[in-house]
Design a protein around this ligand. Structure first.
Ligand SMILES: Nc1ncnc2c1ncn2[C@@H]1O[C@H](COP(=O)(O)OP(=O)(O)OP(=O)(O)O)[C@@H](O)[C@H]1O
Length: 269
């Protein structure tokens, strides 16, 4: 394997409810190589297999066949908690990434200690607190003065920003963003996208971002993948991606699928 490949999927497939009336092939055998530092945006209609792909990478469930290799390690059979130390994840639901009844500093401490040997005494050290304050200040949301506040007091956008910070506090091999701004109002969404851009850029993180917003899929990242019916039908990067418009994406979708993109949630930007 080339040393620059961060994630390699080989013939990864997934069928739900096999052998029953509700059998659903969510992912046809799929091959994908993601280079270190790639920022891949993923678009596609409802049920195209985007979340299935992310969930297989995260170890939420095992593929029926194929292998997942992360930074040279075969992680195909590793459980989700075993994989968690290599991955950072932000979900669509702002409630999911953080513990509401714990303080901001405690949430950050949990993220910071992930994968390390637990210390016996619970409690946030003075050094950690200073580091958290500095990192929170970088978000530009005033959270650095609210370390002792319970996370449940924060707005959805603040929680997503905090989840993003937690997911990247220990530089992950791979950052998985599953529609991270879909539940936010447009101005908050654009702030969170700005933070994603900054943090990913600063750390040079290898990143996947599922989005229903075509304009965001075009403006973020260096590579774009389009999915349809459990297949990757378009994969474009660099200058070729930069030159694309939303209309180009719609045309591409029609060309490959033989149908217009019919999706209430698909935002054309
Ligand atoms: N746990 C599951 N059990 C049964 N079927 C599932 C499960 N998860 C996903 N599916 C089915 O697999 C297909 C792909 O779903 P997936 O969630 O990956 O699509 P998606 O592209 O993320 O769609 P959306 O944009 O609507 O979230 C869909 O038909 C879905 O109903």
């Amino acid at each position: 394997m080339a040393g620059n490949d961060m994630l390699v999927l080989r013939h990864v497939s997934k069928t739900f409810n096999r052998g029953t009336a509700t059998e659903k092939r969510a992912l046809h055998p799929c091959d994908l190589t993601v280079e270190r530092g790639d920022f891949v945006t993923i678009i596609g209609g409802n049920g195209a297999g985007k979340s299935t792909l992310l969930n297989i990478i995260a170890g939420m469930f095992l593929p029926d066949g194929g292998t997942v290799t992360l930074d040279g390690r075969d992680v195909t059979l590793l459980s989700e908690p075993q994989r968690a130390r290599y991955l950072g994840r932000v979900f669509q639901d702002p409630m999911r990434g953080t513990a509401a009844d714990m303080q901001i500093s405690e949430n950050l401490a949990m993220a910071y200690r992930r994968g390390k040997r637990r210390t016996l005494a619970w409690g946030v050290t003075r050094d950690e607190r200073a580091m958290f304050r500095e990192r929170l200040a970088g978000l530009g949301l005033g959270l650095e003065d609210r370390l002792a506040d319970k996370v449940g007091l924060l707005s959805g956008g603040q929680r997503q920003a905090l989840t993003l910070l937690m997911a990247t506090l220990q530089k992950p091999d791979l950052l998985l963003l599953d529609e991270p701004t879909a539940a936010l109002d447009p101005s908050t969404a654009s702030k969170v996208l700005g933070l994603i851009r900054t943090i990913v850029g600063e750390q040079g993180l290898t990143t996947f971002m599922v989005t229903h917003n075509m304009a965001d899929a075009l403006s973020m990242g260096n590579r774009l993948i389009m999915m349809w019916e459990g297949r990757i039908i378009y994969d474009v990067r660099g200058a070729e991606k930069d030159a694309l418009s939303v209309e180009d994406l719609l045309r591409k979708f029609e060309e490959v699928s033989g149908s217009a993109l019919d999706n209430d949630r698909m935002l054309l930007g």
